[in-house]
Design a protein around this ligand. Structure first.
Ligand SMILES: [Zn+2]
Length: 303
């Protein structure tokens, strides 16, 4: 039984979560990856999860997702796996220089891994790599050894040379969140959770109450509709073993218990319409009414 769900942090954009999970589930993660945007802590957490995926001792071709608990996974999570190299500046340098890349990456590149079957080289602040340093990696990125993965973590993709970017697979982690942005995100999730719960518990009044925080806020209506769609999507695949995306497992399970697939799909369609109407600048009062009434219709039909 897997102890943790791979690449499922709700702050990761859904497209990225999907792409990484699909590639990892086929055992085909790209060898050279850039993680761009998002908060620094999120980039680092995502890099660790990618390390787990290529180093886990329990992963097999039939079940390639990492277990999160074997000795390899534990060492990765503790930042102490000998086959993970975090490329860092040495001496008095503040940023990684050409000599650092030569010593830490290029010289040991063809040596066998110490414990696992693969090795990972991480550039935690790829934004700060000079063009000279980036150029010194071009050949290697073109044809990396089969057992090596490169991870470039950067706030802005523009910090890297086009020639480097073209050799990397980019996984965007969203825009860097401001403190206000994180509060917004938490508010959106709270409303989406409340709506899912009201639907599951046949609480029509609750449904109406939950939409109140979105009054006069078209952007929040669209974001909440998108988040509720993720919860519905998780409810649709519950029990199939597919990766969950919303981070709202409890609400997804409640929905799955109370609604069949046709009703869940109708919720998704209703939310798709809200997102489209919000993008088309629909009147905010009408949009809010439609938000709750379209869900109330689906709730009543279940009775
Ligand atoms: Zn493991």
């Amino acid at each position: 039984m897997r102890q943790f769900s791979f690449f499922s942090d709700p702050h990761i954009p859904a497209d990225t979560r999907r792409a990484v999970n699909a590639a990892a589930a086929r055992g085909r993660l790209p060898q050279s990856v850039m993680l761009t945007g998002g908060a620094k802590a999120l980039r680092e957490a995502c890099a660790k999860e990618l390390c787990l995926a290529v180093l886990c001792a329990e992963a097999t071709p039939e079940d390639p997702l990492p277990c999160g608990v074997c000795h390899c996974c534990r060492k990765v999570l503790a930042g102490a796996h000998p086959d993970v190299t975090v490329v860092s500046p040495t001496g008095s340098r503040k940023t990684v220089g050409k000599a650092d890349v030569e010593q830490q990456v290029l010289e040991p590149l063809y040596k066998s891994p110490t414990e696992a079957d693969n090795k990972v080289y991480i550039f935690p602040d790829a934004d700060t790599l000079s063009p000279v340093v980036q150029n010194s990696l071009l050949k290697t990125l073109e044809e990396p050894p089969e057992d090596v993965m490169f991870l470039f973590l950067c706030e802005k993709r523009e910090s890297l040379l086009i020639t480097v970017i073209s050799r990397l697979t980019e996984y965007p982690l969203g825009s860097a969140p401001s403190a206000a942005g994180q509060e917004d995100d938490a508010a959106v999730t709270a409303v989406a959770r409340g709506l899912a719960e009201a639907l599951a518990k046949d609480n029509e009044f609750g449904l109406m109450m939950q939409t109140a925080p979105m009054a006069k806020n078209r952007a929040m209506m669209a974001k909440t509709a998108a988040r509720l769609t993720e919860i519905v999507r998780d409810a649709l695949v519950s029990g199939s073993g597919a990766a969950r995306l919303s981070g709202c497992d409890r609400e997804a399970a409640l929905l799955a218990m109370n609604y069949g697939a046709p009703s869940l799909l109708r919720i998704k369609e209703a939310m798709d319409r809200i997102i489209a109407d919000a993008a088309a600048n629909a009147n905010e009062n009408l949009l809010l009414t439609r938000f709750s009434s379209s869900l109330a219709v689906i709730l009543k039909e279940r009775r």
